[in-house]
Design a protein around this ligand. Structure first.
Ligand SMILES: NC(=O)c1ccc[n+]([C@@H]2O[C@H](COP(=O)([O-])OP(=O)(O)OC[C@H]3O[C@@H](n4cnc5c(N)ncnc54)[C@H](OP(=O)(O)O)[C@@H]3O)[C@@H](O)[C@H]2O)c1
Length: 264
């Protein structure tokens, strides 16, 4: 995959999980990276281990001004942007009727939907200039409902609709939009999931030995990004479920419930 050699790629959520693994694999292919997340120390540790020189930008993407500044700083440094990967995200783990404060829904929408929208808006002129690409990491929860994830599902469905619309608007500008939908992946997201009281769970409720690693997930994502695909659904049950939902949606509801109860 020479497609990434010398390309300037901005990855949000680069400090942990899928974003970190994407950076490791992109750097090995010669990409020039912009590593974005809040935890500067984790980003600097990553930059030090990667092949090549990369730009570290610490920012809280729930702040619209910081999203704009990230793009400005990236463009000042490299004078171009080929690929924007909107990967940073947070999740929840609580039934809706047990949520103590609905501000949790706003937090999810801000990080998972508004941040990609703000970053993309600021990056569009540069992306149009080099007929670049926008990548967004959604989820199977962007395609179907998942219990204990109502607010997360809302944010990921928003992302899917938004970027599907944007793809059409960008058709004549040569900017590709790629949506990636992973199934469960081992990362920090499950232990950080927001519980009913607004606090992080602290421990992952997943059976982590039964789900994909972040490195495996990134390795599946890269060919889809290189091919500028419009959509990648990253598990067999996800691909099958998408069609089955049209015929027997109640089966998919049961499958989603079973996946959450079993943790894999
Ligand atoms: N893991 C899964 O099972 C799974 C499944 C489907 C989809 N996804 C999606 O995959 C993406 C990556 O998630 P992951 O599983 O790799 O999670 P993760 O290990 O928790 O990593 C999330 C990343 O997002 C960053 N982030 C969170 N809030 C931020 C903020 N306000 N400002 C800037 N950066 C922020 C975190 O960095 P800092 O804390 O340093 O800011 C971290 O680097 C997300 O969009 C998630 O919804 C994950």
């Amino acid at each position: 995959m020479d497609e990434f050699n010398q390309k300037v790629v901005l990855v949000t959520g680069a400090s942990e999980g899928i974003g970190r693994a994407l950076c490791q694999q992109l750097a090995a292919k010669g990409a020039r990276l912009v590593l974005v997340a809040r935890n500067r120390q984790r980003l600097e540790e990553l930059a030090a281990e990667l092949k090549g020189e990369h730009l570290v930008l610490s920012a809280d993407l729930s702040d619209a001004l910081q999203c704009q500044q990230v793009i400005l700083d990236a463009l000042n440094h490299y004078q171009r942007l080929d690929i924007l990967i909107n990967n940073a995200g947070i999740t929840m783990w609580s039934r809706f009727d047990e949520l103590q404060d609905l501000a949790i829904l706003e937090r999810l929408m801000t990080v998972n939907f508004m941040a990609p929208a703000n970053l993309t808006h600021a990056a569009l002129p540069a992306l149009k200039q080099c007929r670049g690409q926008i990548v967004v990491v959604s989820s199977l929860a962007g395609i179907t409902g998942v219990p204990t994830r109502s607010g997360y599902c809302a944010s990921k469905h928003a992302v899917m609709g938004f970027f599907d619309a944007l793809r059409i608007e960008l058709m004549d500008h040569g900017v590709a939009v790629t949506i990636l939908c992973p199934d469960f992946v081992v990362s920090q997201i499950h232990k950080r999931a927001i519980g009913h009281d607004g606090k992080a769970l602290g421990a992952s409720p997943m059976q982590e030995d039964k789900i994909m690693t972040s490195a495996e997930c990134a390795a599946l994502m890269l060919p889809a990004i290189a091919a500028r695909k419009r959509l990648l659904i990253m598990s067999r049950r996800g691909r099958l479920g998408r069609w089955l939902k049209l015929i027997k949606p109640q089966w998919i509801d049961k499958l989603a419930k079973k996946a959450i109860v079993s943790g894999h």
